[in-house]
Design a protein around this ligand. Structure first.
Ligand code: SF4
Length: 468
């Protein structure tokens, strides 16, 4: 690993905005947060994958992967990040290096690839991603990018997060560092308003940002840039002129928020778009920060009025499902989405939550779950697929909400399942999102296919081994 990359990783681990990090001793902090991976075990994405996930939602940029073609194949479009315009981000660009490049170096090939993109696509910027092989043979992507920027007169940004640097999470942060080093602060916005904000760590999965943006529009709050969902290069580059930053609950790009505070004095808060109470709290926080920064104090009153109207409308629509959903039991195995914010909406629709995972929850999250579900809250730290299967097979739950990896457990038990993690196809953010979630649960539970798959096949004379 190059000295520059080592220094960058050390810098990323020194995170003032992370309580876990700050709670460690200086020695433990130096060791970093990366867990040593077990060879041969499924380990999730690599650092390159993490950087790509974090930056690819910038839609008008060409994302060029410098490495063997499999790296691009691994990471291309694996989430449903939506765009309201340009589709350049969905084109897979790669240098696709071969054996000779490994022997002689692939810097020239990279330069040619950049030229080809400029000639054929002409995007406002090109992001170049380092990968393991090109990192190991010592290709200097920073130098190539600098030369290409000068030659073609447009930003060519190196994203130095080769897979071997660490896990996906670290890659998210290294991707964010590339924005801090080369992008944010390089363009001035055409105009500014006292209510400009940035939303950081929101990827517009299945168009979730668009469930929230109308609310901000109604309040007269302008999203100067979203990093990175449905983002545009020039918007991200002018993000330093915002009055406040919102950090979306996952801490994947916290370094952007903390460093923008240090460099440009932009205050930030951490909020969430998931769950009705959380959405309202987030709107209140945005208003509070903007007023502190000089926006009209009437914003607070307008925010409360909007919250009251939107909450009432959402609860009414959720309650409409009560008669049919009352008594149905849900097993909730969530990843990134905070489980307690979802629990409240499920309960309002009459659903009973029989268990919720707390693997990634903080202490406060667990307290909150207890508060909402009572002392008998069934919190699951880690559940094996076998346990999930037994729970569904014995009909202790009627539906499972989880990430894509557990879907086959539910399908094997012939029970409905719904995806609520990153790969989901429906948008669950804001007030509208919670209504959609309840609607989708209703659809899954009452889909006639379950009746059919549970009926024994006409030729089945012995007990079906699948059901044993
Ligand atoms: S960057 Fe490395 S670990 Fe990541 S996909 Fe490419 S070869 Fe695999």
């Amino acid at each position: 690993m190059s000295a520059a990359l080592k220094a960058k990783i050390a810098d990323v681990f020194e995170e003032p905005g992370c309580e876990v990090n700050q709670g460690k001793t200086a020695k433990a902090r130096k060791a970093g947060c990366t867990k040593q991976l077990t060879p041969g075990a499924a380990a999730g994405g690599c650092a390159f994958d993490g950087a790509k996930i974090a930056l690819q939602p910038i839609v008008d940029v060409a994302h060029l992967v410098h490495g063997p073609i499999a790296c691009e194949g691994n990471s291309w479009d694996n989430r449903h990040s939506a765009s309201s315009g340009s589709q350049v981000y969905r084109t897979g660009f790669t240098t696709d290096i071969n054996e000779l490049d490994v022997i002689y170096g692939a810097e020239k090939r990279l330069f040619k690839a950049i030229r080809e993109i400029v000639e054929k696509v002409d995007p406002p910027a090109i992001f170049v991603y380092q990968t393991c092989v090109t990192g190991l043979i010592g290709d200097d992507i920073e130098a190539v990018c600098q030369r290409a920027s000068e030659k073609f007169g447009k930003p060519v940004i190196p994203v130095n997060a080769p897979g071997f640097a660490g896990p996906k999470n670290l890659g998210n942060k290294l991707g964010a560092e590339a924005l801090l080093d080369y992008v944010i602060g390089t363009v001035e916005p055409a105009y500014t308003t006292p209510t400009d904000i940035n939303i950081i760590g929101e990827y517009n999965l299945s168009g979730e940002l668009w469930q929230v943006k109308p609310l901000l529009d109604a309040l007269g709050v302008r999203v100067l840039s979203c990093i990175s969902g449905d983002g545009r290069y020039n918007e991200v580059a002018s993000a330093h002129r915002a009055k406040a930053n919102m950090m979306v609950c996952s801490k994947s790009m916290i370094n952007i928020a903390t460093k923008m505070q240090q460099r440009w004095g932009i205050p930030y808060f951490e909020g969430s778009f998931y769950g009705i109470a959380d959405m309202s709290q987030t709107l209140r926080e945005i208003a509070r920060l903007l007023i502190e920064q000089g926006a009209d104090a009437d914003l607070a009153r307008r925010t409360e009025a909007l919250i009251a109207a939107e909450e009432a409308r959402a609860w009414d629509r959720i309650r409409a499902y009560r008669t049919q959903l009352t008594g149905k039991r849900v097993l909730l195995i969530t990843g990134g989405v905070k489980s307690w914010s979802v629990v409240a909406a499920l309960q309002e629709a009459g659903l009973e939550v029989v268990g919720t995972s707390v693997k990634k929850s903080t202490k406060e999250d667990k307290e909150k779950i207890k508060e909402i579900m009572g002392d008998d809250a069934h919190m699951i730290d880690d559940m094996t697929p076998r346990q999930m299967y037994a729970m569904l097979r014995d009909a202790k739950a009627d539906i499972m909400l989880s990430g894509g990896r557990s879907q086959f457990v539910a399908l094997k038990a012939r029970m409905p399942w719904m995806d609520i993690n990153q790969e989901r196809h429906h948008a669950f953010a804001g007030y509208e999102g919670m209504v959609t979630m309840v609607e989708e649960i209703h659809k899954a539970l009452f889909n006639p296919v379950w009746q059919q798959v549970r009926t024994p096949a006409p030729w089945a004379t012995v007990a079906d081994p699948m059901l044993v």
